[in-house]
Design a protein around this ligand. Structure first.
Ligand code: ADP
Ligand code: MG
Length: 386
C-alpha cells in the first residue's frame, strides 16, 4: 500500500545535505512541500535552503525521532546512509527508496548479483574477502580493477591491477576490506539512464546521457547520447526498468552502463538517488530528476519526461576556483553572456580541488550549437575540450 501526500500539505525529509539534497529541496518547495534536512554539517548545501535543518549525525536517536515527528515521508540523497537509520525511520514513516534497495546498491557484490539475476550483463568479477579467495582468483580477470565492495565513489577505493603481485599489493593498500576484482573491459564510451518508480508501480525514464569522466569524476554529460544507437538505448532503458521493478524500487534510480568496443552493453553500477549525470534534466527536460524524486516519494503521478532541448552538462569542480595557487572567482559573466547557459552553484563555502561546487547546463536549438557553446564555456573556464 502506498500513501499519497498532496502538494502543499505535507513535509518531506531528506537524509543528507549535499547538492543532491539541495536540488531535491528546491523541487519539493516548488510543489509547496515543507522540507527537513538531516546532516551533521552546519553549512550543508541543502541545510541552507530547507525549512528545517537538523544538524546531527545520521544515527543520532533524538534527531531521527525529531525527523519522524516533523515529516510525512523521507528520502535519501546518498547511498551510504547507515542501514539502522533507514530501518528506524521506516518503522514510522514511508522511506523511499527502501532500506533493502539501498542495501543492494551499497554493496558492489550484491549489486552485480542483482543485475545478473535480472539477466543484465555486467563485468566478469570475483569477490575477495579472504586470502584464499585472493589466491584462487582466475587470471582471466587480469588486467582488472580492484574495487572496495562498499563506500567507493568518484573513482575512490579503486586500484588498477595487471598481475597477481599487483593484486596482492592493491588488496593490502585497500586494507584488506571486502573487495571485488573486475576484469578491465575495453570501453567504447559510457552512458547512464535515470528511471523513476512510485509505490503504485508507475515507471518512467529519461533519455540516456553519454558521460565523460576525468580522474574518476564525471566531467561532461551529453544528451542525446551522440554515439548510442536506438537499439542499445532501448535495451539500457528496459534493463534499468527491470532492475528497478525487481527491487520494488520507489524513487529515482540511476544505472551506469559501459558500451564496449565490440558494441555490447554492460551494466556498471547503480545509484539509489538522483545522479550527477542527470543534472541536465533541470533545464533541458519538462520535468527534472528531482521533481520525479519528490513525486515518487509523495505517491504522485509520474509522467514520462520530455527532453525539449539538446544539452551538455559541465561539472564544475573546485579546481576552477584556483589559478595556480591563487584563489579566484571563475569568469561567470563571460559564461552567462553566452546563449543557453544555466549556472547552478551549490553554496559550498570553500573550494577544494575535486570538490563538486556546481554544474553548468547548456541548452540550445541544435546539438551542434550546444556543443559549440559548451566548448566555448570550457575554454573560458580553463577546462579541457571534449
Ligand atoms: P565509482 O563508484 O567511483 O563511480 P565505477 O565503478 O563507476 O566507480 O568506476 C569509475 C570509472 O572507472 C567508470 O566510470 C569507468 O570509467 C572506469 N571503470 C570502472 N570499472 C571498469 C571496468 N571493469 N573496465 C573498464 N573501466 C572501468
Ligand atoms: Mg560510477
Amino acid at each position: 500500500m502506498s500513501k499519497t501526500f498532496p502538494p502543499g500539505s505535507a513535509t518531506l525529509g531528506v537524509l543528507g545535505g549535499g547538492q543532491l539534497g539541495r536540488m531535491f529541496v528546491h523541487a519539493a518547495q516548488q510543489l509547496g512541500y515543507a522540507t527537513v534536512v538531516l546532516d551533521p554539517d552546519a553549512a550543508s548545501p541543502a541545510g541552507q535552503v530547507a525549512h528545517r535543518h537538523l544538524q546531527a549525525d545520521y544515527l543520532d536517536a533524538a534527531a531521527l525521532d525529531e525527523l519522524v515527528q516533523l515529516c510525512d515521508a523521507v528520502t535519501t540523497e546518498f547511498e551510504n546512509v547507515p542501514a539502522p537509520a533507514l530501518a528506524r525511520l521506516a518503522s514510522d514513516l514511508p522511506v523511499a527508496p527502501g532500506a533493502e534497495a539501498v542495501a543492494i546498491c551499497q554493496d558492489r557484490s550484491r549489486e552485480k548479483a542483482h543485475f545478473l539475476a535480472q539477466g543484465v550483463p555486467c563485468a566478469p568479477h570475483a569477490l575477495i574477502e579472504t586470502e584464499a579467495q585472493l589466491q584462487a582468483v582466475d587470471t582471466e580477470l587480469l588486467p582488472g580493477i580492484l574495487k572496495t565492495a562498499r563506500l567507493g565513489y568518484d573513482g575512490k577505493g579503486q586500484i588498477a591491477v595487471r598481475t597477481r603481485e599487483e593484486l596482492q599489493a592493491a588488496w593490502d593498500a585497500l586494507q584488506r576490506v571486502p573487495c571485488l576484482l573486475e576484469k578491465r573491459l575495453e570501453l567504447a564510451f559510457e552512458v547512464s539512464v535515470i528511471v523513476a518508480r512510485n509505490g503504485q508501480g508507475e515507471l518512467v525514464h529519461f533519455p540516456l546521457q553519454q558521460n565523460l569522466h576525468r580522474g574518476g569524476i564525471l566531467a561532461v554529460s551529453t544528451v542525446p547520447a551522440p554515439d548510442l544507437t536506438a537499439e542499445l538505448q532501448a535495451r539500457a532503458i528496459a534493463a534499468a526498468e527491470t532492475v528497478a521493478a525487481a527491487m520494488e524500487y520507489v524513487g529515482v534510480l540511476c544505472v551506469e552502463f559501459f558500451v564496449l568496443r565490440d558494441g555490447s552493453l554492460v551494466a556498471n553500477e547503480m545509484a539509489p538517488r538522483p545522479h550527477n549525470s542527470g543534472h541536465y534534466t533541470i533545464d533541458a527536460c519538462d520535468i527534472s530528476q528531482f521533481e520525479l524524486q519528490v513525486r515518487a516519494m509523495a505517491g504522485l503521478p509520474l509522467v514520462a519526461p520530455r527532453l525539449h532541448s539538446p544539452t551538455i552538462m559541465l561539472n564544475l569542480l573546485g579546481d576552477l576556483w584556483f589559478a595556480g595557487d591563487v584563489e579566484r572567482t571563475p569568469p561567470w559573466e563571460a559564461v552567462l553572456a553566452l546563449p543557453g547557459t544555466h549556472l547552478h552553484l551549490y553554496g559550498k563555502q570553500s573550494a577544494r580541488p575535486g570538490r563538486k561546487m556546481g554544474h553548468l547546463n547548456i541548452t540550445g536549438a541544435s546539438a551542434s550549437q550546444v556543443r559549440e557553446v559548451a566548448l566555448r564555456c570550457a575554454e573560458l573556464l580553463g577546462l579541457p575540450g571534449f
